[in-house]
Write a new protein. Structure first.
Length: 134
């Protein structure tokens, strides 16, 4: 089964019903147990911070009650799995040249988990690994 790394922007777009078609198709496959979505802890932190701050996501506000929905999805583990970096992954991190900490951690998760692509619209990540967004 193919696995995909979910960047914060992708899950926020999902919560705001603003995912573009290709990324949304991957979420649908995960819901049908035909793909696996992996959420790095750093992306979870970014998402929570964005929601707490009340920032708009593609012109929409994600209400605080979506946090409970997010935790429910993570606790069930069927659609989305929370992943962390162990020492082997940190060795991968050490070998990368991506300047932003969170982007580097996201790409490390992609490499470490041998994922198919990262669901993101981040241009720096797109320069390093395959992404799905449109």
């Amino acid at each position: 089964m193919k696995s995909y790394i979910v960047d914060a922007v992708a899950f926020l777009a999902f919560l705001a019903d603003q995912l573009p078609t290709k990324a949304n198709d991957i979420f649908k496959k995960a819901e049908e147990k035909q793909a696996k979505l992996l959420l790095p802890s750093i992306a979870l932190g970014e998402m929570l911070y964005t929601i707490y701050k009340g920032k708009d996501i593609f012109g929409k506000n994600v209400p605080l009650d979506k946090i409970d929905f997010l935790f429910l999805i993570l606790e069930e583990g069927d659609i989305l799995e929370l992943v962390d970096l162990d020492v082997r992954a940190w060795r991968i991190f050490n070998g990368l040249t991506i300047p932003e900490l969170h982007d580097r951690m996201i790409v490390t998760s992609f490499i470490y988990h041998k994922a198919t692509a990262i669901l993101t619209n981040d241009a720096e990540i797109a320069e390093a690994v395959p992404i799905i967004w449109d």
